[in-house]
Design a protein around this ligand. Structure first.
Ligand code: NAD
Length: 469
C-alpha cells in the first residue's frame, strides 16, 4: 500500500528546489510560499436517523496576490489542515503556470461521501457554505470554490443556492462557485475540462521529438499503452480522450481492484458498467487484479494517477515500469519517489501544469457569470454568415461545389463548447511550451520548471505592488 505522504512537505520541497533557480529575495519567496489564511470549522450534522455527528472541515486561502482566490472543495476521509493547505498552495502555482488570474485556495470536508445519504450530503454542503459566508471565505471577488475529489456539479449547485439566499448582490451571485450544472450558470465543457486538459498535456509531451527520443518511445499517441488509476471525473475523461486519439487503455485501477487487458479496455463501456453497478468488478472484457495498487507497477508507456496524493512513493517507485507519469491527481508522487523516477529517466508531467484544465475552464465559467452572456452568443451567426460567403466565393472562383459536410463544418459559427475547448487547448499547449523552455534553459525537470514559472510570475506582481522594493 502506498504510505501516507507528507504532502505539504513535498509541495514545499518542490518550491524550495525551484526557488534556488530564481533570484528573488528570501522574504518575497517566503511570502509566496506561506499560506495566508485557514478557516478550520466543526459543525453538527443531524443524521437521517436523528443522531448527531460532528463534521470537521477547512478552507485555506493560500494567497491573495489576485482576486478572487480559487480552488476546489474535496470530500474525503483523508482531509486535514495540512492537506488543504498543500492543495491551496498548488492552486496558487497552478493558476500562475496557466496564466489564470486567480490566487490559490482549497476546501475540504473530512467525510467518506459513500457513508452519507444524499440529503445528509446536501445538509453538510449547505452548512459548510453558510460557514464560509459568515467568515467572508466565499464570493465572486473573494474566494470561488469548484469541484474536486468527491464533489461534482450537484454539490456546486447547493453551494450556489445557499450563497444566493444569503447574498446582497444576487446579480453576480452565480460567480461565487464554478463547476455548476449548465442550467445553473455552468459553462459547457467544465465537467470534462480537467481530463481534457490532461489529454492535451500528454499529447504535447508525446509530440516532443527530443523528449520521446530520450525515452525510446515513438512520437504521438497512436498505440501508446496507458494505465489510469481512479475512474472518477478526471481519470475517466483523460482516458477517454486518449483512447479517442489512438492510445490503448491497458489498465483501469479503482478502489477494489484493477481491470487489465493487453488488447485495451473500452473506457466508456467500463464507465457505464461502473455507473450501473457501483463497481468495476465483474466487467467481462478484462481481468481483475487485486490489490488495485499493483496496476501502478505494470508494464505500460503512460501511467496516469488520477485518484489521490502519495500513490507513488519510495516504496513502489523502483518498480514502476511506465516511461511517462502523467500527474492528473494532485500530489500523486512524493518528493522521494520523484528523485528515484528522475534517476531512472522517467518523464514526469507535473500536477501543477497537467491538471490545470479544470481551473482554466472554471475561469471561463466565472467570466461567463460576470458578463451574463453565453460564449458565442454575440458572434456565432456573424461568423457563420461570413464563412458561408467565403465558401460561396471559393465555389464561384473554382467552379466546383464543395461537399455538404465541408460546408456544414467550415461554414458554422462557434458554439460555447467550441470556444471553451479551443481556449483550453490554447492554454495547455502554450503553458507546456513555456515550462518546457524553462526546463531546457535551467537544465531541470518539468516540475521544477513549472514552479520557477509560477514563482517568477507571482514575484512580478508583488514587485509591481511595491511591497518588496
Ligand atoms: P473523483 O471523486 O471524481 O474520482 C476519484 C476516483 O478515484 C474515484 O472513482 C475513486 O473511487 C478512485 N480512487 C480513490 N482512491 C483510489 C485508489 N487508491 N486506487 C484506485 N482508485 C481510487 O475525483 P476527481 O475530481 O476525478 O479528482 C481526482 C484527482 O484529481 C484529485 O487529486 C483532485 O484533487 C484532482 N483534480 C481534480 C479536478 C477536478 O476538476 N475535479 C481538478 C484538478 C485536479
Amino acid at each position: 500500500m502506498p504510505h501516507t505522504s507528507d504532502f505539504l512537505g513535498d509541495v514545499n520541497r518542490s518550491f524550495t528546489k525551484a526557488a534556488r533557480l530564481t533570484k528573488h529575495p528570501k522574504g518575497l519567496l517566503e511570502q509566496i510560499c506561506m499560506c495566508n489564511s485557514v478557516y478550520a470549522m466543526e459543525f453538527p450534522l443531524v443524521r437521517d436517523d436523528g443522531s448527531i455527528r460532528v463534521i470537521q472541515a477547512f478552507r485555506a486561502e493560500h494567497s491573495h496576490h489576485k482576486q478572487p482566490s480559487k480552488g476546489g472543495i474535496r470530500y474525503a476521509p483523508t482531509v486535514s489542515k495540512d492537506e488543504v493547505v498543500a492543495l491551496a498552495a498548488l492552486m496558487s502555482y497552478k493558476c500562475a503556470v496557466v496564466n489564470v488570474p486567480f490566487s490559490g485556495a482549497k476546501g475540504g470536508v473530512k467525510i467518506n461521501r459513500n457513508n452519507f445519504s444524499n440529503s445528509e450530503l446536501e445538509r453538510i454542503t449547505r452548512r459548510y457554505t453558510f460557514e464560509l459566508v459568515r467568515k467572508n471565505f466565499i464570493g465572486p471577488g473573494i474566494d470561488v470554490p469548484a469541484p474536486d475529489y468527491g464533489t461534482g456539479a450537484r454539490e456546486m449547485a447547493w453551494v450556489f443556492d445557499t450563497y444566493n439566499q444569503l447574498s446582497h448582490n444576487p446579480l453576480d451571485a452565480a460567480a461565487c462557485v464554478t463547476g455548476k450544472p449548465v442550467g445553473q450558470g455552468g459553462v459547457h465543457g467544465r465537467r470534462e475540462a480537467t481530463g481534457r486538459g490532461v489529454f492535451f498535456g500528454i499529447r504535447e509531451a508525446c509530440h516532443n521529438k527530443k523528449a520521446m527520443k530520450k525515452l525510446g518511445l515513438d512520437i504521438g499517441l497512436e498505440g501508446k499503452r496507458v494505465i489510469v488509476q481512479g475512474l472518477g471525473n478526471v481519470g475517466f475523461h483523460a482516458a477517454y480522450y486518449l483512447q479517442e486519439a489512438g492510445a490503448r487503455i491497458v489498465g483501469i485501477a479503482e478502489m477494489n481492484g484493477a481491470l487489465v487487458s493487453k488488447d485495451g479496455l473500452d473506457v466508456r463501456d467500463v464507465g457505464i458498467w461502473r455507473r450501473e453497478r457501483g463497481t468495476i468488478e465483474g466487467y467481462p472484457k478484462g481481468r481483475l487484479v487485486q490489490p488495485s495498487s499493483q496496476a501502478l507497477e505494470m508494464d505500460c508507456d503512460i501511467l496516469i494517477p488520477a485518484a489521490l496524493e502519495g500513490q507513488i512513493s519510495s516504496e513502489n517507485a523502483e518498480r514502476v515500469q511506465a516511461r511517462i507519469i502523467a500527474e492528473a491527481a494532485n500530489g500523486p508522487t512524493t518528493s522521494e519517489a520523484d528523485e528515484i523516477l528522475r534517476k531512472r529517466n522517467v518523464l514526469l508531467l507535473p500536477d501543477l501544469y497537467l491538471n490545470a484544465g479544470g481551473v482554466t475552464v472554471s475561469y471561463f465559467e466565472w467570466l461567463r457569470n460576470l458578463s451574463h452572456v453565453r460564449f458565442g452568443r454575440m458572434s456565432k451567426r456573424f461568423e457563420s454568415n461570413t464563412q458561408q460567403k467565403i465558401l460561396a466565393a471559393i465555389e464561384t472562383a473554382t467552379g466546383k461545389s464543395l461537399a455538404p459536410d465541408v460546408l456544414a463544418t467550415i461554414g458554422k459559427g462557434a458554439d460555447e463548447i467550441d470556444i471553451v475547448n479551443s481556449g483550453l487547448e490554447e492554454t495547455m499547449v502554450f503553458a507546456y511550451n513555456e515550462i518546457y523552455e524553462i526546463a531546457q534553459q535551467k537544465k531541470t525537470d518539468l516540475r521544477t520548471a513549472a514552479f520557477v514559472s509560477a514563482i517568477d510570475k507571482i514575484a512580478v506582481l508583488y514587485n509591481e505592488m511595491g511591497i518588496f522594493p
